[in-house]
Design a protein around this ligand. Structure first.
Ligand code: FAD
Length: 263
């Protein structure tokens, strides 16, 4: 199924629910299908729904359409000037070939623990807009991503947009790769200093790790607390013990990056 409009896509989603798998850029689904892990009865492709591909700024808030590609986010003048840290996080995903296809909606809806954008979007307090015939609801990344490949998206809902509040000047994204330059992160750290410091660590547990109660103190103190609080997973990119040491180093560096003061 390849609807031409958002209205048609929403009607098909409401009618078919999980019986039709939503297809965005296909970079995640394609691998699952090629490897035989998934054999959808039907696909609901959003590829022709141009209304979902926009990138706009409305009242100082960035609005990324669910079908905006990683490449279009990274290349957008509006994102580069107002949300440079987000352009950076998207630019560090995989390779240009993947970024030309992978979408904003896809990277949130697949809820892969080892992704870059979710931690950065969480630190910027972004909200994903989920739409169905029942209406819209806006959820934070922490509510959207519930576990390994699990989200709160209901079978009649589509993720249509991501809204990102203004980026405070002091914001950093650090991606630590342990294997190759195009790999997913072993540890990802997003730090934003607005009125308060916010630090979100990705790729180390099933969901982005966000602990506002640990964010007062020096970079060393915040880093030591994050390394102690997080229960890191082990995978091919690093053991739990290795990740804990990387978390301590990378959180400290990220907090230092957002802690400068003007001379
Ligand atoms: C070789 C390779 C390297 C990669 N490296 C990185 C990396 O370094 N960092 C990183 O962050 N990511 C990485 N990725 C992951 C890549 O970014 C994701 O595969 C991608 O973001 C998924 O987006 P997509 O548009 O292709 O989604 P799809 O594959 O089309 O869909 C993904 C999932 O989301 C659902 N979905 C998609 N859009 C919607 C929507 N609007 N509403 C509801 N459900 C929806 C689909 O049903 C599916 O379950 C890599 C992928 C590949 C193939």
């Amino acid at each position: 199924m390849g609807p031409d409009s958002l209205e048609e896509a929403l009607a098909l989603r409401a009618e078919r629910g999980d019986e039709a798998t939503v297809l965005a850029g296909g970079t995640f689904l394609g691998i699952l299908m090629n490897q035989g892990f998934l054999a959808p009865a039907a696909l609901l492709s959003l590829g022709r729904v141009v209304e979902l591909a926009g990138i706009d700024v409305v009242d100082g808030e960035l609005r990324l359409g669910a079908m905006a590609t990683h490449r279009s986010v990274e290349d957008s003048d509006a994102v580069r000037s107002g949300w440079p840290v987000l352009a950076r996080a998207f630019s560090l995903v995989a390779s240009p070939r993947v970024r030309n296809a992978a979408t904003v909606g896809g990277v949130l809806a697949d809820a892969d623990y080892a992704s870059d954008p979710p931690a950065m979007l969480a630190a910027l307090d972004a909200r994903a807009v989920l739409r169905s015939p029942r209406g819209d609801r806006a959820v934070g990344v922490g509510e959207l991503i519930q576990g390994y490949y699990e989200t709160c998206i209901e079978p009649d809902e589509l993720l249509v947009e991501v809204r990102v509040p203004a980026q405070p000047e002091r914001a950093a994204y650090r991606k630590f790769r342990s294997r190759s330059s195009e790999d997913r992160p072993c540890v990802a750290v997003a730090a934003v200093r607005g009125e308060r410091l916010r630090v979100v660590v990705g790729a180390v547990a099933e969901t982005p790790q966000d602990f506002p109660d640990l964010c007062d103190g020096s970079p060393d103190e915040v880093a030591a607390r994050y390394a102690e609080r997080i229960e890191p997973l082990s995978d091919a990119r690093g053991s739990a013990a290795y990740r804990r040491r990387v978390i301590a180093a990378e959180v400290r560096r990220a907090v230092e990056e957002v802690s400068w003061t003007r001379a």
